[in-house]
Write a protein that binds this ligand. Structure first.
Ligand code: ADP
Ligand code: MG
Length: 565
């Protein structure tokens, strides 16, 4: 006999639950997708763990998901015989939200008064298990971790606290029972005790789940002599293995949501297959928004590895480079061992070749998007551009292709970014280089004194304000034979021959006039600058600081200092 403990949800979890209880999200049906998705993950994990650990005493013969409806009690139960959770896991996994960006999301939600915007935010974040509280006023969960004998019962009404107790008789795996809210009772559309409704949701959102989802139904439905029988509701077809024209866009989108835990449709779906000596199928997605942790240290890559339809690992770094970490999807390789490890993958020549092809395909997909659908491309670049630009440093082989799909803010058009080809087409007669200026923000760059002469002469300058820009401009020399040239470094010659001649004599005169002042200033500022000289770059500012051609920029200097160098 153990006693029941009452615990509090973590503050962020509590806030998020409040939003669910009060149904901020309009599409309630997706709670079932989330529960099935968790059950499916749990089955994947169990199969893998049983395979890796031969001593684990579990039965993996009949892994499946069960749905059970009790119309009288108004409950719906989702049960799996997967990996299950220990008591500690229940407390940390269900009682708290470990997702990065939660605090940020909650702050934005609080600020946004507009309900469409809130929907969008919640949709981007996804709330997983907590979405149960959109349709249930009480949820109980019973779980036993594979290999353990004690089980855990958890229960909550979503209002601040939950109860937890250790119990000693429960089947391995997890069952989640929803006590459905009464208000939805009369609306056929929201009757989650209707097997018809449930079947519809599963076929819409979870058909591709590779485990059987079973439910007891009446056949023929509603007839006098109906008998009850168990039906497998999903088709279980691995979507990536199906020819492209046999699956609908909706199916791809739902599959994407399952593997990415995202609630919004992807921006782009990419399918690839290779036959022959090293056979594989890949189904990749470019999301329509950046995850909140895209620039955090602990972020993961989004490609899962399967071997012959069996899930092997998440976050497979051997399949996608760091700068494409936002790409989600599945790669199913036929010729690998189920035992394959991360270390083996890193060294495998075939995997290297496959990764090369995947990267090329992603980049070329973006290029096509750029040519055919400017708006979608803009979304892509706004969301992922700064990450993609990291590839200019790390993926030398694909530098040209990355520059090809890059776009930049520019002085040509304050509203619209430009790509490098467009920039080159607009270059002025006699202009040799691609001019740019880096800085901490767009306005800092636009207002930089360095800009003045360029603006006055009508030269276009790229405005590079992402931190990564500081880095790649140091190592990328040119694009299509045009060199990148910082307007803050060295001597930049903007004058025509004629202008030069007249300027020269003027300059000589001015040089004489100011000689005393300049030597005095050079002396006074000795500690801080190498030299003070007259400038022809400025039109309205009295002075500016210029770096030598090979100096690091002030922003980069700051970055190095922050990195402790
Ligand atoms: P996510 O699936 O995005 O991680 P969820 O809120 O859906 O977020 O689930 C939180 C965590 O709880 C899961 O990552 C998993 O570790 C655990 N979990 C949820 N449902 C189950 C289940 N049926 N079996 C085992 N673990 C589960
Ligand atoms: Mg989930």
């Amino acid at each position: 006999e153990t006693q029941t403990e009452t615990l509090e949800f973590q503050a962020e979890a509590r806030q998020l639950l409040q939003l669910m209880v009060h149904s901020i999200y309009s599409n309630k049906d997706i709670f079932l997708r989330e529960l099935i998705s968790n059950a499916s993950d749990a089955l994947d994990k169990l199969r893998l763990e049983a395979f890796r650990d031969k001593d684990l005493e579990v039965d993996t013969d009949d892994l499946h998901i069960d749905l059970e409806v009790d119309a009288e009690q108004r409950t719906l139960t989702v049960r799996d015989n997967g990996i299950g959770m220990s008591r500690d896991e229940v407390v940390t996994l269900i009682g708290t939200i470990a997702k990065s960006g939660t605090a940020d999301l909650l702050r934005k939600l609080k600020e946004s008064k507009d309900s469409a915007a809130s929907q969008e935010l919640i949709g981007q974040f996804g709330v997983g298990f907590y979405s149960s509280f959109m349709v249930a006023d009480r949820v109980s969960l019973l779980t036993r971790r594979a290999g353990e004998s004690d089980a855990t019962r958890w229960e909550s009404s979503g209002e601040g606290t939950y109860t937890i107790e250790t119990v000693d008789d429960a089947p391995q795996g997890t069952s989640v029972t929803l006590h459905l809210k009464p208000e939805d009772q009369d609306d056929q559309l929201f009757d989650y005790t209707s097997t018809w409704k449930i079947r519809e949701i599963i076929q819409r959102y979870s058909d591709f789940i590779t485990w059987p989802i079973r439910m007891e139904v009446e056949r023929p439905d509603g007839a006098e002599d109906a008998t009850r029988e168990v039906e497998t509701v999903n088709s279980m077809k691995a979507l990536w293995a199906r020819p492209k024209d046999e699956a609908t866009e909706d199916e791809y989108n739902e599959f994407y949501k399952h593997i990415s835990h995202d609630w919004t449709d992807p921006l782009e779906t990419i399918q690839m297959r290779a036959e022959g000596t090293f056979e594989y199928q890949a189904l990749l997605f470019i999301p329509s928004h950046a995850p909140l942790d895209l620039y955090m240290r602990e972020r993961k890559r989004g490609v899962q590895l399967y071997v012959k339809r069996v899930f092997i690992m998440d976050d497979c770094e051997a399949l996608m480079p760091e700068y494409l970490r936002f790409v989600k999807g599945v790669v199913d390789a036929q010729d690998l061992s189920l035992n394959v490890s991360r270390e083996i993958l890193q060294q495998d020549r075939q995997i290297h070749l496959m990764r090369k092809r995947l990267v090329k395909k992603v980049l070329s997909t973006v290029k096509t998007m750029m040519a055919n659908d400017g708006d979608r491309y803009q979304t892509f670049w706004t969301e992922f551009g700064p990450a993609v630009k990291e590839g200019l440093l790390n993926d030398v082989d694909n530098r040209e292709s990355i520059l090809d799909i890059a776009s930049f803010a520019s002085t040509h058009d304050a509203e619209k970014p430009t790509n490098l080809r467009e920039y080159i087409e607009r270059m002025k007669e006699g202009q040799e280089n691609i001019y740019y200026l880096t800085g901490a923000s767009r306005s800092a760059i636009e207002n930089s004194p360095h800009m003045e002469a360029f603006a006055a002469k009508g030269f276009e300058v790229l405005i590079l304000s992402d931190p990564v820009d500081e880095m790649w401009v140091e190592s990328v020399r040119d694009f299509e034979g045009k060199q990148f040239q910082s307007i803050a470094k060295g001597q930049v010659d903007l004058d025509t021959e004629e202008e030069k001649k007249t300027a020269e004599s003027e300059r000589d005169q001015r040089q004489k006039d100011f000689a005393d002042l300049l030597s005095w200033m050079t002396k006074s500022l000795e500690e801080n600058v190498k030299e003070v000289r007259l400038s022809s770059r400025l039109t309205t500012s009295p002075a500016c600081i210029v770096g030598d051609a090979h100096d690091v920029t002030p922003t980069l200097e700051k970055m190095y200092r922050a990195m402790g160098q």
